[in-house]
Design a protein around this ligand. Structure first.
Ligand code: NAD
Length: 354
């Protein structure tokens, strides 16, 4: 593992095996410099164990950056359960997994991610306090997607302002790819702000509903990224921003909720060189983790969550302005900002320890 390209001096990586329940899982804690490593539990049918370790390493590192940029006192962690979500999530397996999380004594806090449900997190909460995103209890945070959508909306307004000098969205053409929990709410807010919508989803009835409720133009998902529009908002799958997109799409602003939008890391520079303003996904889609983090803190405060989500707009403006001042890709600037916060906290921690 130490020789894998995705290994980035992760503090701790735990492989979990429970033959009785069939559980196989990996918990990766990338950094606890800012606080416990918080990040989702993913259940996925990986080809093999090494693929699962690689994903846990990559995703936990991403959470360190996301949580740092969101201004949370949390580090980065992520866990993966190996197997088909239809069969690998038996109550016995989830309980065994929750016990493994519990043994880390709070250095990792899990939450819902791909292949998992809120009911799974509820079940694990009976075994360990170190999961968040439950549906019940005094500090339950509930559905994170409205917070994610709001953060993306604010990041999008900041991006439009950076590009055009005003954040007035009236008549701004925005292409929303994916009308799921986040994409739909984002489309709703954009419509309310006077934007003209283009929408794409493999779920056709959703697009038909968007056409009727928001007057949206329906576009084929493969064509949407290349349409004439002001903003492209990827809210479905990752990997949509390719070199081809950077070089040939007419759109100049990209801001959406989907995780890991860059098909390869070099696309960050390619977008910048092509004159495209890309609001880094892990910066603008942090509303959900901000909401879950409030639950993890033990006292859910809706007002404080709202204030923190609003900071996403300010941080986006800061990153885009810095990128312009330094003539540097936006993803590189966001990474540097996150690393600076971690380095400061690390220095303070070292000073406090004497
Ligand atoms: P979702 O599953 O509710 O919605 C995804 C939508 O995308 C669905 O309507 C689906 O039909 C559509 N879709 C799938 N493949 C498509 C394709 N090839 N072309 C067009 N549409 C396609 O998911 P969500 O919760 O809305 O999350 C959307 C994205 O945002 C994901 O990448 C997710 O990881 C990311 N994200 C979500 C949250 C959150 O709070 N839910 C937080 C951070 C990041």
């Amino acid at each position: 593992m130490f020789d894998m390209p995705d290994f980035d001096d992760h503090e701790e990586v735990v492989c979990v095996s429970c033959p009785r329940s069939g559980l196989r899982a990996v918990i990766a804690v990338h950094s606890t410099v800012l606080g416990p490593g918080l990040g989702g539990v993913r259940c996925w049918p990986y080809d093999n164990g090494m693929a699962a370790i690689k994903d846990a390493l990559r995703l936990s590192r991403g959470m360190t950056y996301k949580n740092a940029l969101a201004g949370l006192d949390l580090g980065g962690g992520k866990s993966v359960i190996l197997g088909d979500p239809k069969t690998a999530r038996s109550p016995e397996a989830l309980q065994a997994f929750a016990r493994a999380i519990d043994r880390l004594d709070g250095r990792y806090i899990g939450a819902e991610d791909v292949g998992m449900t809120v009911a799974d997190i509820d079940l694990m909460r009976d075994v360990t306090p170190y999961v968040a995103g439950t549906s019940w209890g005094a500090s339950a945070s509930g559905d994170p997607s409205p917070y994610t959508a709001e953060g993306v909306f604010l990041g999008l307004k900041a991006s439009v302002e950076a590009a055009k000098g005003s954040d007035d969205l009236t008549g701004t053409r925005v292409g929303v790819m994916g009308l799921g929990s986040v994409g739909w709410k984002l489309a709703e807010m954009l419509y309310g702000a006077g934007a003209e919508l283009l929408v794409a989803d493999i779920n056709v009835p959703r697009t038909v509903r968007a056409a009727s409720e928001f007057g949206a133009q329906i576009v084929d998902p493969t064509r949407l990224p290349f349409e004439e529009m002001d903003v492209f908002a990827p809210c479905a799958l990752g990997g949509v921003l390719t070199r081809d997109f950077a070089e040939s799409a007419p759109v100049t602003i990209i801001c959406g909720a989907a995780n890991n939008q860059l098909a390869t890391p070099d696309v960050d520079a390619a977008l910048w060189e092509a004159g495209k303003l890309y609001a880094p996904d892990y910066l603008v889609n942090a509303g959900g983790v901000i909401n879950v983090a409030a639950e993890a803190s033990g006292t859910y405060d809706a007002y404080a969550v709202g204030m923190k989500v609003r900071e996403i707009g300010t941080t986006t403006a800061r990153v885009l302005a810095q990128a312009k001042a330094d003539d540097r890709p936006t993803g590189a600037v966001a990474d540097a900002l996150a690393l600076a916060r971690i380095a400061d906290a690390g220095d303070e921690g070292a000073r406090a320890r004497g």
